[in-house]
Each structure stands twice: as C-alpha cells, then as structure tokens.
Ligand binder design. Structure first.
Ligand code: NAD
Length: 312
C-alpha cells in the first residue's frame, strides 16, 4: 500500500519509514525538517519506493499532494513535541498540533485515505488517579501540549463522524531508541546516553525516585504498523509496557551499557514534573495484537550502541 508519514524524518517517523519500506510498502515522508533530519533517512533514501517531501503540514500544498498520491494510510507524527515549549508559546504549539492536524485530516479526505493513525501522548492523562493508567481513564490535560494532542484526538473522531475517515489513536508513553535527539528535551534516555558517552555531567531532577514507562521505538513502530491495517478502527490504545522505571535505575542501566561511572548529580525537582507514570497496554494486546517485546536493558544497549556509532 501507499503510506504517507508526517514527521517521517523524525525519531519515531524515520524508524517507521524504514519498517514500512521493509514490508514492501511505498512510503512518502512529509517533514519540514524543523527537528527531524535527512540523516535519519539515509537508509530509506536508497529505496525506489521512498520519497521525502520537505513541507510544513500546514501548507495548503499538502492537500494537493494527498489528492495526487491518494495514500491509503496516513500516519500523523509531525508535531511540536516539547511540553516546556508549549507552556512558553501555546499559540505556536496550537498552530502545529491543532491547525496542523486539521490540515492533515483535510488532506486525508482529499486523498480518499482509508485511515489516519495518530500519535497522542500520555500527557493527556495529567496526574492520573491509577497507575498503570487505563486507556479509558479520564483525560486531564495540564499543558498546552496535552491540550493540543487531545484536540487532535477529538478532530479524528469528528472527521470519522463527518466523512467516515477511519482512525486509530496510539497514546505513547516514553519512547526511546536510536535516532532520538539529545538536543531535544523530550528524551531523557538520549540525554543520559549522550552525557555518559561524552563524560559530561548527568543530572537527576528530584531524588531519583520519579518513574516513567519506557517503551522501545521498534515496538512502538510495530504498533503503528498494526494500527495501519483493519484493526482498531475508531479506537485509542496506550502503547507502553505498564512497568515503572525510576530515574535512578534508568541512569544505572545506561551507565552500565555505556561503561561509564554511575554517578549522576541531583537537582531540585522541576515544577509540574509527575512523580510517576505508566500506562496499561493490555487493550492493545487485545485490539491490535500488539505487545512490547524489547526489555529495557536490551533496548538501552541498542540505543547506546547506536549513539556510540554516531560519535565515531
Ligand atoms: N518520543 C516520545 O516519547 C513521544 C511520546 C508521546 C508522543 N509522541 C509523539 O510522537 C510523534 C513523533 O515524535 P518524535 O519523538 O519522533 O519527535 P521528532 O521531533 O523526532 O519528530 C517530529 C517530526 O515532525 C517534524 N515536524 C514538526 N513540525 C512540523 C510541521 N509543521 N510540518 C512538517 N513536519 C513537522 C519534525 O521535523 C520531526 O521530524 C509526535 O507527534 C509526538 O508528539 C512522542
């Protein structure tokens, strides 16, 4: 099938592009390269079945592109991904994440697309009452980023009701793996990996007991592939492991993989940081046939190896 991946030059997007090409699909990545890069697509660029269109998802040219390509599936990953930046500039966040999503859905309609698969975030759950958070838990967006992701989810339901455009929303926990950028602020794994490999100080905010649910990028990509089929129409699923890992343990595991001393510094907790997070992935087992398969130490070793290779 022909697949259009918005944000295809990014961390998750480029890993998805490679997997889709491997499965024999024709793939068009749409990306403005604001945080993504052509380097992420070196492998993909060798395929005849791959094209990159450097384009802002809000550009009206996206609609013409979709009308011309008629992609069967659009995986919508392009986004402003920083919670902190969304707090500093909610208008910019809304322009990319709300206006951008409306633009992608309009393009899907013009392109007679069967289905849109959307990346939402656990940020939509705010401070959840239950951990692991069930996928039908009440949403409670506490940042403009969370509000814009929830708005994206609502737009999907609206376009389905209006035009019968199918969708699946995947609510991602903390994704890590090769190609995640340490320059960004979303990826603590990438930041620790970079610090531990380069010998620059690493810092834990708080006492190190804060927890997150780390899920490996290949597993997340597998979720997007499964959701691109017929399963999960009109539904949302959590993609995570259900397991909580403390910041302190994460640091120790990465230090071990990097052969570096496990001696982080400690700083004051950051305002608004959640003490704990993990999501319940069981409905995704049942609805998509999806399971996270990569245990944390294996995934971290692969991530450190990739980062090592990049430094050479
Ligand atoms: N990485 C995570 O842990 C995580 C967790 C929850 C949700 N998500 C979501 O998954 C998606 C992918 O995230 P990622 O971690 O790969 O981030 P990323 O920044 O690596 O990828 C986003 C891509 O979108 C592109 N982009 C941004 N604005 C654009 C625009 N206006 N037009 C065209 N392209 C644009 C960027 O250049 C980049 O290549 C995002 O929607 C993000 O909100 C990620």
């Amino acid at each position: 099938m022909r697949v259009l991946v918005t944000g295809g030059a990014g961390f998750i997007g480029s890993n998805l592009v490679d997997r889709m090409l491997l499965e024999g699909h024709e793939v068009v990545a749409v990306d403005d390269l604001s945080t993504g890069s052509r380097d992420n697509l070196t492998q993909a660029a060798e395929h005849d079945a791959f094209r990159l269109r450097e384009l802002d998802i809000r550009d009206p040219a996206l609609i013409g592109l979709a009308a011309e390509l008629q992609p069967e599936v659009i995986v919508h990953l392009a986004a402003q991904i920083s919670v902190r930046k969304s707090v500093m500039d909610p208008v910019h966040d809304a322009r990319i994440n709300v206006e951008g999503t409306a633009s992608v859905l309009t393009a899907a309609r013009e392109g007679s697309t069967r289905k849109v698969v959307f990346a939402s975030s656990v940020a939509v759950y705010g401070r959840p009452a239950t951990i692991p958070v069930p996928s039908d838990a009440a949403t409670d967006p506490r940042s403009p980023y969370a509000a814009s992701k929830l708005s994206g989810e609502t737009y999907l339901a609206t376009f389905r009701a209006l035009y019968g455009l199918e969708y699946t929303t995947l609510v991602l926990s903390n994704v890590y793996g090769p190609r995640q950028s340490p320059e960004g602020e979303a990826g603590v794994v990438a930041i620790f990996t970079d610090g531990l490999l380069s010998g620059t100080p690493t810092v834990l905010y708080g006492d190190g007991t804060q927890t997150r649910d780390y899920v490996y990028v290949d597993d997340v990509v597998d979720g997007f592939v499964k959701a691109s089929g017929q399963a999960g129409n009109g539904m949302r699923f959590n993609l995570g492991t259900g397991l909580q890992t403390t910041d302190r343990r994460l640091h120790a595991l990465i230090a071990d993989a990097a052969d570096a001393p496990d001696k982080p510094g400690f700083a004051q907790p950051r305002l608004g940081d959640l003490p704990a997070m993990a999501v319940d992935p069981v409905p995704a087992f049942e609805g998509l046939g999806w399971q996270p398969r990569t245990d944390l130490s294996t995934g971290l070793r692969a991530t450190v190896e990739w980062a090592r290779g990049r430094r050479r």
